[in-house]
Design a binder for this molecule. Structure first.
Ligand code: NDP
Ligand code: MG
Length: 385
């Protein structure tokens, strides 16, 4: 029986991962959330976790009350996440928090020698080189939860001796596929949160609407599969049935298909290399009838272009565009800026950041903070309503 810990257990990925744990009898040793104490406490009780971390210190008292007398070790803040990342007797730590805050716990777990199941894409975008090098050095496996990267990994099974020519990274196109910049001017938060195929947390849903999500995945793919930008083709595939594909030396393309349901890649990451029953719908290709493919619109969806430019230049720029995006998305969700402002702010940060090499985690955190401050200041100045 595997033993896991989950950072971000109350979110979209975290709750689905717990369903997998329930069905496949995976032992859960520790759980962490940001502020949803009630759900966290319920999960800790149901799964018999020995450690519970609530990141928001102000909620610790409430958690104490809810778990009183159960012998659970209670933790808080970054120190709490790091404690979980260093627990012994853990096979996999699932990192499914949202945002750059996941970077330090990931590095801590790798340092400890614990394998990672990674959903938290911001970690690899900002700290790709450090994370990948540390994992190689420690012989730690990174199992991929994001459906596209899981599909690429799955399409490589049994092909380790063959040269990868490139990958096809599929994109649903989000709720605003085919729209012009003019048509996107008045977009509301509600419209942006209405994703056609996937039900996910708010931040990634907005990232999917701006196509930032595909930009983040492009960067993630480069690090995970050791690819150059020109080896990755982004293809808009509205139906989200082909979850991505790998092209080999002989021009054969191997893809992974399935209904759009995160349970499949979550379960594959947690139970690898086993394929066992998964509680999702059967894929009926005849129900779909036809699958469609198109090029993305790089002019309208500025975030995607900014990510590709950032990773092509390298250094701190991916961390900067990610930080700018996190700050801008939070402002959009809070009703402070328009939808189009997200892409404009991300582009502005890309163009105004002086690039530097990354030597350590502090360089990444500094780039992230500088980008966030820049965006916060521009919004405060009233430039981007
Ligand atoms: P959600 O917003 O649904 O959930 C985020 C989770 O992280 C919540 O449990 C939240 O706790 C927790 N959290 C946030 N900040 C902290 C913190 N500082 N310390 C501890 N816990 C924290 O996000 P998703 O599940 O949708 O996404 C999670 C990650 O997975 C993102 O990086 C996303 O890009 C990636 N991903 C998601 C997919 C999806 O289908 N949802 C698909 C592929 C990748 P609380 O509830 O208390 O706020
Ligand atoms: Mg994805």
């Amino acid at each position: 029986m595997k033993t896991i810990t989950i950072l971000g257990s109350t979110g979209s990925i975290g709750t689905q991962a717990l369903e997998v744990c329930r069905e496949h009898k995976i032992k859960v040793k520790a759980l962490a959330a940001h502020s949803n104490v009630k759900m966290l406490a319920e999960q800790v009780i149901e799964f018999g976790a020995e450690y519970a971390c609530i990141y928001d210190e102000n909620k610790l008292g409430e958690l104490e009350k809810l778990l009183c007398g159960r012998g659970v070790d209670l933790l808080t803040g970054m120190e709490g996440l790091k404690t979980i990342a260093q627990l012994d007797g853990v096979d996999i730590m699932l990192n499914s928090v949202v945002g750059m805050v996941g970077l330090v716990p990931t590095l801590t777990a790798i340092e400890h020698g614990t394998d990672i199941a990674l959903a938290n894409k911001e970690t690899l975008v900002a700290g790709g080189k450090l994370v990948i090098n540390a994992a190689k050095e420690k012989g730690v496996m990174i199992y991929l939860v994001d459906s596209e990267h899981s599909a690429i990994f799955q399409s490589q099974q049994g092909n380790s001796m063959n040269r990868v020519k490139g990958i096809i990274l599929t994109a649903s196109g989000g709720p605003f596929y085919g729209k012009t910049t003019e048509e996107l001017r008045g977009v509301t938060v509600e419209q942006a949160l209405n994703h056609p195929n996937w039900s996910m947390g708010n931040k990634i849903t907005i990232d999917s609407a701006t196509l930032m999500n595909k930009g983040l995945e492009f960067i993630e793919a480069m690090w995970l599969f050791d690819l150059r930008p020109e080896q990755i083709e982004i293809v808009v595939h509205r139906e989200s049935v082909i979850h991505s594909a790998v092209e080999y030396e002989d021009n054969s393309v191997i893809a992974q298909l399935g209904v759009p349901d995160m349970k499949i890649p979550i379960q594959y990451a947690l139970l690898y290399p086993n394929r066992v029953h998964c509680d999702v719908k059967h894929l009926s290709l005849t129900d779909y009838g036809r699958l469609t493919f198109a090029k993305p619109d790089y002019d309208t969806f500025k975030c995607l272009t900014a990510c590709i430019k950032a990773v092509t230049a390298g250094g701190i720029l991916p961390a900067a565009v990610n930080g700018a995006n996190e700050q801008a998305v939070a402002a959009f969700l809070a009703g402070k800026i328009s939808f189009l402002a997200i892409g404009e702010l991300v582009t502005e940060v890309l163009e105004n950041t002086e690039n530097k090499e990354i030597h350590n985690v502090d360089d990444i955190l500094a780039a992230d903070s500088a980008a966030r401050e820049y965006v916060a200041k521009r919004i405060e100045e009233g430039q981007y309503q």
